[in-house]
Design a protein around this ligand. Structure first.
Ligand code: SAJ
Length: 416
């Protein structure tokens, strides 16, 4: 298959970098998004999300004309779907995935589909979503045949190739990571491999769409379960008055033990979300995966209890929270346990609250009405009685540790 044009539906954290990399390989890329502001920003050669070096590559491919953003899908050889898969609002379904964005993407693509096209779903999805996408496309285009009916001989090929990139390293990992490519037929897999080989240096390994879907959810669940183990250990250590960091260092000296790091909880839009897609499809079977989610979601409250206890020892405590992002060295505050902890401390009126977050210039709007003050590490170390380390940003790691000596330190990341 000769690929000249690629239409990427969804220009967010995955779709935009993917579109830009493919455009940089000389293909014509049409980026589609429902958000007119995002479309205008990209067409001006700028970006609406934060990711290192993405601005440079987007500016370059927009200037050469290889990337163009629009709000409606256009004809192409390949369609890539990279839209969000949040939870449904329906509380009775226990964190089921909301596939409505994928359905809308199918409706957007269907009118311009042509015989020979390949459609790839990149969004992290529960098992069966790729088949649903193919079904929605076939409903809209009864004149074309699809792999669920015609297998290798279908007019349209459909595959799932889950994104696996780490926020902060997206441009490197898009190229260097191996890709799991799950076609709905062998022909679908082969065509998708041809697409990914145009920009991926890692290996492209083929499987069935359903296995690829579960593989992605498994990767993030593996992390979640292992972080839950570390978080549970940290709570046990608090009770037994043992330093969890020393404990883990010692245990990790064993050649077959590799415990991850405890923290204030698990944030981001992936690891705290994707395991639920396995739980909601197999609620009876996924006992460990569910428990890990509950353990990690409970961890912020354990930290809050510790802060409240420490604050009780002071008349008018000044408490500084170091870090608000969901992990180190990024400015992304969404689904951040650090931010959740700060909000709870505001609600509990535990004392004067300071926040140190070197990666942002203003506090998020959710804290605008609060008395929390965004300040520097120096000021925090000067005036605070209690220091709560919530994120292991590089600025905190290199700080002179003797400055913490006279403070009550609650270090959720083990850097002090
Ligand atoms: N965390 C810990 N302890 C650890 C490691 C992480 O508490 O030992 C916390 C972090 O502080 C953060 C959360 O877990 O709050 C998640 O951070 P992360 O860096 O582990 O992962 P994400 O969410 O940024 O990206 C993950 C990656 N998946 C895996 O590493 C298996 C990435 O490759 C995926 O593409 C991404 O999810 C996604 O989009 O699904």
């Amino acid at each position: 298959m000769m690929i000249k044009t690629v239409c990427v539906v969804g220009l967010g954290y995955i779709g935009l970098p993917t579109a830009a990399i493919i455009a940089s390989r000389g293909m014509q890329v049409i980026g589609v998004d429902v958000n007119q502001t995002a479309v205008d920003t990209i067409n001006a050669g700028e970006i609406h999300i934060v990711e290192p070096d993405l601005d440079i590559i987007v500016r370059s491919v927009v200037t050469t004309g290889n990337l163009k953003a629009t709000t409606t899908a256009e004809k192409a050889d390949v369609f890539m779907v990279a839209v969000p898969t949040p939870f449904t609002q329906d509380d009775t379904c226990d964190h089921a995935a909301d596939l409505s964005y994928i359905q809308s993407a199918a409706q957007a693509i269907a009118p311009v589909l042509e015989k020979g096209n390949l459609v790839v779903l990149e969004s992290t999805s529960p098992v069966g979503a790729t088949e649903k996408l193919a079904h929605w496309l076939s409903e809209a285009r009864p004149d074309l045949s699809f792999p669920q009916d015609k297998g290798d001989y279908a007019d349209i090929n459909v595959a799932h190739c889950p994104e696996r990139v780490l926020p902060g390293y997206v441009l490197q990992e898009l190229v260097s990571n191996d890709r799991v490519i799950g076609g709905m037929s062998q022909a679908c897999s082969d065509k998708a491999v041809a697409l990914y080989q145009t920009f991926v240096r890692g290996e492209c390994i083929t499987t069935h769409a359903r296995t690829a879907e579960l593989a992605k959810l498994t990767e993030n669940s593996f992390r979640d379960v292992n972080i839950a183990f570390a978080n549970e250990l940290s709570v046990i250590c608090d009770k037994l008055k043992i330093n969890v960091w020393e404990l883990i260092k010692l245990a990790n000296r064993h050649p077959r033990v590799n415990i991850l790091s405890p923290g204030p909880g698990v944030g981001g839009h992936c690891i705290a979300v994707d395991p639920w897609f396995i739980v909601s499809s197999c609620p009876q079977e996924a006992k460990l995966i569910r428990q890990a989610r509950l353990i990690n979601d409970a961890k912020p409250f354990h930290v809050i209890d510790k802060v409240v206890q420490a604050a009780d020892e002071f008349k008018r405590p000044v408490i500084a929270c170091l870090g608000l992002a969901f992990k180190a060295d990024i400015d992304d505050l969404r689904e951040s346990p650090a931010l959740q902890i700060l909000h709870e401390l505001v609600d509990k009126e535990v004392g004067t609250l300071l926040a140190v977050e070197p990666n942002i210039k203003t506090l998020p709007s959710s804290l605008a009405q609060s008395k929390v003050e965004l300040t520097t590490l120096e000021t925090a170390l000067d005036v605070a009685n209690i220091i709560v380390v919530l994120v292991d940003h590089k600025q905190f790691k290199v700080a002179d540790k003797t400055q913490f000596a006279s403070k009550v330190v609650i270090d959720t990341r083990g850097i002090i």
